[in-house]
Design a protein around this ligand. Structure first.
Ligand SMILES: *[C@@H]1O[C@H](CO)[C@@H](O)[C@H](O)[C@H]1NC(C)=O
Ligand SMILES: *[C@@H]1O[C@H](CO)[C@@H](O)[C@H](O)[C@H]1NC(C)=O
Ligand SMILES: *[C@@H]1O[C@H](CO)[C@@H](O)[C@H](O)[C@H]1NC(C)=O
Ligand SMILES: *[C@@H]1O[C@H](CO)[C@@H](O)[C@H](O)[C@H]1NC(C)=O
Ligand SMILES: *[C@@H]1O[C@H](CO)[C@@H](O)[C@H](O)[C@H]1NC(C)=O
Length: 317
């Protein structure tokens, strides 16, 4: 948490968080005082602790799996086939899949309506945990909320998930998803804690953020899923309608995501057997086998894709 102790980071935090932190510090101080018998007479604790429950509940919490709004319009079943295209605006609806995951910004309302007219549901992708310098709302971000660059994605930086400003921008993006008629959203990059992010992001912050996104989405009639983030599944799964996972077969961690199948929620699973080579060439039998037969991946909704997520797709036999 080193870098967040800067003044800018601190002021960006919500009052509730500050109260929580003061409460925690107070608790630690008291515990130390008692434990060491040192008689530290600092009166930080009780007053602040009392305020803890008095804040405006925005649906956050460190381990909340029950949202403030449990009304969820659309709950796809485990095993449902899907297609994902993020590389460009969708221009190929020929894949016979009942669910399409496409970019929120790049696609017009018309293609979303067209897919829905074909009886399909549409999940709209956006990055919830990174700044992308090419987006139409990029100027809305406060510089103080930007962390380190993402290694493999030029123009992207990690975001301070606790920032009120960041959360307001995400609310606007959810409003855009409503305007465009999306059935659900695919908020990406919520696992900054697992990366060199420069902001001191923790799992607890991601849990709070993802559950907050769930409340915000559900209030707008949008479903949502957890993107990657295997470490926090237990603390958010109750609020999620699916999982979107990349490369669990490659990294031998599909068993982690099988928790969603057990809850009859889809695991929209992507493997990239060609690495960073993007082409329209079919994968080998061996590559299909590694993508499709990973331990615990039964009933996953697996797609074999190019890393650039263009139209090209193959499915498990
Ligand atoms: C507290 O929540 C209420 C109801 O959701 C909202 O109208 C109000 O603006 C919130 N206040 C603050 C300070 O966030
Ligand atoms: C879709 O658009 C991309 C980018 O413009 C283009 O390369 C591709 O050929 C198009 N595909 C179809 C089926 O029109
Ligand atoms: C809960 O979400 C539904 C849409 O899914 C919405 O109609 C309803 O107003 C929301 N309830 C609250 C209390 O926000
Ligand atoms: C939250 O609860 C889940 C299940 O109830 C548990 O597996 C998980 O470890 C908890 N997470 C934290 C951060 O306490
Ligand atoms: C897949 O789902 C079906 C229907 O729910 C179930 O009968 C089957 O056991 C599941 N298979 C695996 C491998 O989980």
């Amino acid at each position: 948490m080193g870098e967040l102790s800067s003044k800018t980071g601190w002021w960006a935090w919500s009052t509730k968080k500050k109260v929580l932190i003061f409460g925690t510090i107070g608790f630690i101080v008291v515990a130390l005082g008692v434990g060491l018998g040192a008689g530290l007479g600092i009166g930080l604790n009780s007053g602040d602790d009392d305020n803890d429950s008095g804040g405006n509940d925005t649906g956050s919490g460190t381990n909340t799996t029950v949202p403030t709004n449990t009304t969820v319009k659309w709950k796809p079943a485990a095993g449902t086939k899907w297609q994902i295209v993020l590389k460009y605006p969708l221009n190929d609806t020929s894949i016979d899949a009942p669910i399409y995951d496409i970019d929120l910004f790049d696609n017009p309302k018309s293609i979303i309506s067209e897919l829905q007219g074909m009886g399909r549901k549409v999940i709209c992708y956006f990055s919830a945990g990174t700044y992308e310098d090419w987006r139409s709302d990029a100027n809305d971000f406060d510089k103080a909320d930007l962390g380190k660059n993402l290694d493999d994605w030029p123009g992207e930086k990690w975001l301070n998930l606790q920032s009120t400003s960041v959360r307001k921008i995400m609310q606007k993006r959810l409003d855009l998803a409503v305007t465009k008629g999306c059935d659900g959203v695919d908020p990406d990059n919520i696992d900054g804690y697992d990366n060199d992010n420069g902001l001191g992001l923790t799992q607890a912050m991601s849990i709070d953020y993802v559950n907050w996104l769930a409340t915000q989405s559900h209030n707008r009639g949008l479903s949502l899923g957890l993107k990657n983030g295997g470490d926090i599944i237990g603390s958010v799964i109750g609020n999620m309608q699916w999982s979107v996972n990349e490369q669990c077969a490659q990294y031998n961690e599909c068993d982690t995501y099988a928790a969603f199948i057990d809850a009859d929620k889809p695991v929209f699973h992507i493997e990239y057997p060609k690495g960073d080579t993007n082409n329209d060439i079919s994968v080998t039998t061996k590559q299909v086998s590694s993508a499709c037969t990973a331990s615990s991946s039964g009933n996953f909704s697996t797609v074999i894709k190019n890393m650039n997520l263009n139209n090209w797709v193959e499915y498990c036999p």
